[in-house]
Design a protein around this ligand. Structure first.
Ligand code: DMJ
Length: 648
């Protein structure tokens, strides 16, 4: 299906017309241009007359405004010696008495000459215009109008047509029903939960980024720049597709074709937009083959590129999609960029270069990698903050949870996605994981393996829910690990999965808190009230799924099913699914947000857990950090534009 070109008009959009077509919008543009031209003509004549009148007034009235008899007069800043600067940025010009009078008079005279010359030129131009015949004037207006229309057309043409590239091997995009009735029943239940989440969003939040399932209306956060970009639609597409919810998928596709527009004045998170939108659109493209998703992904990616215009090439955290102006979060170690954000672009950007033939995407992420490789790392660890202006680390805080997590994930996945040819990425991953294991991974008194956080030389014995994804990562990276440590990493993955399951099992709701401690006799439980919430996050279920794929130990399906039941029991409401504020309370309150990643990740991993390994096999697909599957690119046989070291 093709997308109608769209013309922005006062924040609303109307279809553009084929050349020569005559209809309302075109007619309006014509009228406006002619009116504008005539108005300009009248205005210029009026200004000319005013100048003339001003010029011929007696001298004293002309200069009255400046001749206030004050010693000090405030005027806007000009670079003049002898000036004292006001805090406001204005400067004070000090009065200097009669000896400057002669110079002032000369300046006035030359100013008057200039005004006279301008005035005469303007009059001359106006006369020439008026001397022209009606036809000549019409022709001039038409030329001007054509130029404007041409410019608009150029703007609307969007990106150049994309070069044809072979579709990578796309296998296992659907599977049959599970043969075991109880597995089928569970999988059907997960699909039903997806239907409920989607239908509720469709009914109450359509087009908004997310849904408030209690208030039954749209919701958004500042990561999407508070504009209606339909984040839930884009994030959910591939889950709908693999679940065989084709009507819903088509509905989402139509919304995207007709409404998804990135020419909006919105300051968005580069990372979030990359993993949810670009990842979501690319996955939808590869699964369905529908060109519109590829085009939209590329249009959006172009809008993200200005974020890389920093002194170091480390991108800003946020960029305005319209102006291209970027900046960082103030709270991030004095305006630093964040490791998990600028380090989580590689997969999508490599695919963008593959699909567009534009080397820029690949070069941007390889530049980040090169820069990081050159930097000193305290204890071999990567701090979470890096200043994009100076290229220096910010606060020395290292975590495998929030702020650090997907940087490590993308090193491993860059290797997997390149058909294991990107050995530089694999080596960087192995070194990073080795340092993490040495400094951050510990066993609690009760025998639970956890990943703590490193803060300025001190280990905090706390693990975030986000860090639970690492169980799956260790298992995924086991094969190919150095010194034949595959067994060790699979075991480490299993231990993390067990710990994270304990964090769920030790709550009243059987849902995991945001962070849990291993300190002063505490084992895998949250202490602070503001760490007791569960916001429909996927990481623990993600790890169960990877562990299931690598071991087929039935306990992972069992644990996944426990989580699914708890979500259905405590988070389900009539208007969708909501996060809960305290997993230790038997009467929890809702946070009233249905996160887009609930549809993109949590429900997808649950569905995959009860599907066969033939659905999205891990030999052919690599999941981005938002669970959007991207096909392996056989980079042994393909040369990406810009990947030649001489071009970098
Ligand atoms: C998701 O948006 C991604 O998984 C991201 O990497 C971190 N966390 C959220 C979900 O918890």
């Amino acid at each position: 299906m093709t997308t109608p070109a769209l013309l922005p008009l006062s924040g609303r959009r109307i279809p553009t017309l084929s050349p020569g077509a005559s209809s309302f919008p075109h007619h309006r543009a014509t009228l406006r241009l002619s009116e504008k031209f005539i108005l300009l003509l009248i205005l210029s004549a009026f200004i000319t007359l005013c100048f003339g009148a001003f010029f011929f007034l007696p001298d004293n009235s002309k200069h009255k405004r400046f001749d206030l008899g004050l010693e000090d007069v405030l005027i806007p800043h000009i670079d003049t010696p002898k000036e004292g600067k006001h805090a406001s940025g204005q400067v004070i010009i000090h009065g200097q008495g009669g000896h400057d009078e002669h110079r002032h008079r000369e300046e006035e005279e030359s100013l008057r000459d200039k005004i006279r010359a301008d005035h005469e030129r303007a009059l001359q131009e106006a006369k020439e215009k008026l001397r022209k015949s009606r036809e000549e004037l019409k022709a001039e207006i038409q030329t001007e109008k054509n130029k404007v229309m041409e410019d608009l057309k150029k703007k609307d043409a969007g990106p150049k047509p994309l070069p044809p590239v072979p579709m990578p091997k796309v296998v296992g995009v659907s599977d049959g029903e599970p043969p075991e009735p109880d597995v089928k029943e569970k999988r059907d239940k997960i699909r039903e939960m997806m239907k409920h989440a989607w239908d509720s969003y469709r009914q109450y939040g359509w087009g908004h980024n997310e849904l408030k399932p209690i208030a039954k209306k749209g919701h958004s956060t500042n990561i999407f720049g508070n504009s209606q970009l339909g984040a839930t639609i884009v994030d959910a597409l591939d889950t709908l597709y693999i679940m065989g919810l084709h009507e819903e998928f088509k509905d989402g596709q139509e919304w995207i074709e007709q409404n998804l527009d990135f020419s909006v004045n919105a300051e968005v998170s580069v990372f979030e937009v990359n993993i949810r939108f670009i990842g979501g659109l690319l996955a939808a493209y590869y699964l369905s083959g529908q060109e519109v998703f590829k085009l939209k992904a590329v249009q959006l990616a172009e809008k993200l590129l200005p974020a890389f215009n920093t002194p170091t090439g480390i991108p800003w955290a946020m960029v305005n999609l319209k102006s291209g102006v970027g900046r960082n979060w103030g709270w991030a170690s004095a305006g630093s960029s964040i490791l998990a954000e600028f380090g989580t672009l590689h997969m999508e950007f490599v695919h963008l270069t593959y699909l567009t033939g534009n080397p820029a995407y690949y070069q941007k992420v390889m530049h980040i990698r090169k820069l990081l490789a050159k930097m000193d790392r305290p204890n071999g660890l990567y701090p979470n903050y890096l200043n994009p202006r100076t290229g220096r680390w910010g606060q020395h805080h290292t975590s495998v949870g929030g702020l650090g997590d997907s940087f490590y994930e993308y090193l491993l996945k860059a290797w997997l996605m390149s058909d294991k040819t990107d050995t530089e990425a694999r080596k960087t991953y192995d070194d990073a994981i080795e340092a993490i294991e040495r400094h951050l991974v510990r066993k609690s008194n009760g025998g639970l393996t956890f990943i703590g956080e490193w803060k300025n030389g001190h280990l905090e014995r706390k693990m975030g829910h986000l860090a639970c994804f690492a169980g799956g990562m260790f298992a995924l990276g086991a094969d190919g690990s150095p010194d034949d440590k595959a067994g060790h990493y699979l075991q480490l993955g299993a231990e993390i999965a067990h710990t994270c399951h304990e964090s769920y099992d030790r709550t009243v709701l059987k849902l995991g808190p945001e962070a849990f401690k291993f300190d002063s006799g505490l084992e895998a439980v949250a202490v602070r009230q503001n760490e007791k919430y569960y916001i429909l996050r996927p990481e623990v279920i993600e790890t169960y799924w990877y562990m299931w794929r690598f071991t087929h130990d039935p306990k992972y399906r069992q644990w996944g099913w426990e989580a699914a039941q708890a979500i259905d029991k405590y988070c389900r409401v009539s208007g969708g699914f909501s996060g809960v504020k305290d997993v230790y309370s038997s009467s929890p309150t809702y946070d009233d947000v249905q996160q887009s990643f609930f549809l993109a990740e949590t429900l997808k991993y649950l569905y995959l857990l009860f599907s066969s390994d033939d659905l999205l096999p891990l030999e052919n697909w690599v999941f981005n950090t938002e669970a959007h599957p991207l096909p392996v690119l056989h980079l042994g046989n393909i040369t990406l534009p810009g990947s030649d070291p001489a071009q970098r």
